[in-house]
Design a binder for this molecule. Structure first.
Ligand code: SF4
Ligand code: SF4
Length: 364
């Protein structure tokens, strides 16, 4: 007997869909489902995280409401997917954080850290906070303090991810990682293949298919990667070549940061607009706050980063640096307990799917 209502509803729908099979060309969920005749909790969590929420399987379904079968695969898998984030979280005691990880809590965290930094600098060296520091961030906050603060936050997030992802991988019966399956999953992830809705795009607005959700996901995903690359290059400059910040506008870390920052302004803003316009019946309405908090924090990280870049030679730099660091720190802390995890679980689900397709055998 499955443990929750969402698991039982997902099992009911997958049993109906497995008999129907009309949607098998739309995405990876239905072919993966067809390899199974029964659905344990791990199978259902795997299918839920394989779903990209494109919505394409709803409008054409002959059993969708008001039919008595009441088939709504996108919303059911969305609820189960959100449950799974709490099920696999590390440490388990923080499972409830997902439910509370709304925009207000994350903003309060960002504000607390910013106020702490402002207070600390104002107490230690008030002049550093308001002076024109020629873009030298380390006059406001020493490099070692910055590395320690964000190094600890990043280390904690990585440990939490490792334990959570390992629990997910084991539960879905992931098995060993093959290079071919890994390469296929990487290709599917970098192209966001299953946001294509079987060709027409996502059903986002008034049930008209559109590729906009996929495009904004691309802006967000590649913007995030470019910002990550900018941080890596800056770290290499600092420790590898002994070139400390600030860097010129035309330097590689700044250019990567600008490109990534533009992506993180356009992508999250677009996703937010589409999410507001999307019909609620295709989503997990009760937990939309988690989505909103994540895209808002990405947007604010980019916005405060740009303000800092443009005004770094002015007396506002100290204050802006504290705000930017507060936002980034809150984003870091919320990563293992917010919407960010969907990308990691989905990537593992795609690896498993690619492995199953290559072996071509039925699972049970
Ligand atoms: S969603 Fe509807 S049409 Fe698609 S496979 Fe399931 S029952 Fe069939
Ligand atoms: S919402 Fe899209 S990705 Fe999810 S099961 Fe339906 S067609 Fe597949």
């Amino acid at each position: 007997m499955l443990a929750t209502d969402n698991l039982r509803e997902a099992e009911r729908l997958m049993t109906i869909c497995n008999a129907c099979r009309y949607c098998e060309g739309l995405c990876a969920v239905f072919p993966a489902m067809e390899m199974r005749r029964t659905f344990a909790a791990g199978d259902l969590n795997y299918l839920a995280n394989l779903c990209h929420q494109c919505g394409a399987c709803f409008p054409d379904c002959q059993y969708s409401p008001p039919h008595e079968f009441n088939v709504n695969v996108p919303a059911t898998l969305a609820r189960l997917r959100n449950d799974s984030y709490a099920d696999y979280v590390w440490p388990r005691a923080l499972a409830g954080v997902f439910a509370r990880n709304g925009l207000l809590v994350t903003l309060l965290c960002a504000a607390s850290v910013a106020i702490f930094i402002i207070g600390f600098v104002a107490f230690a060296d008030p002049a550093a906070l308001w002076s024109r520091n020629a873009g030298d961030f380390y006059k406001v906050m020493p490099h070692r303090a910055m590395v320690l603060l964000f190094g600890l936050a990043a280390f904690y997030a990585i440990v939490a991810f490792v334990f959570s992802l390992r629990a997910f991988w084991r539960d879905i019966g992931g098995g060993s990682l093959g290079p071919a399956a890994l390469a296929q999953a990487v290709a599917d992830t970098f192209t966001l293949r299953y946001l294509g809705g079987g060709g027409g795009g996502c059903t986002s607005e008034n049930e008209e298919p559109s590729s906009r959700r996929r495009v904004y996901h691309h802006f967000t995903f590649y913007g995030f990667l470019a910002c990550f690359a900018a941080t890596c290059v800056a770290t290499l400059y600092h420790y590898g070549f002994g070139w400390p910040a600030p860097y010129a506008f035309y330097s590689l870390p700044v250019l990567l940061g600008i490109v990534g920052g533009v992506g993180l302004l356009i992508g999250p803003a677009g996703l937010f607009v589409l999410s507001c316009a999307r019909t609620p019946k295709l989503t997990d309405v009760a937990r939309r706050g988690m989505d909103t908090a994540f895209i808002a924090m990405l947007f604010l990280t980019s916005l405060t980063g740009f303000l800092l870049l443009v005004l770094r030679d002015t007396g506002a730099m100290g204050l802006l640096l504290a705000i930017h660091l507060g936002v980034v720190f809150a984003l870091f802390l919320s990563l293992p307990y917010g919407k960010f995890v969907h990308g990691l679980y989905r990537f593992l689900a795609l690896i498993k799917y690619a492995g199953e397709r290559r072996s071509g055998t039925s699972v049970d």
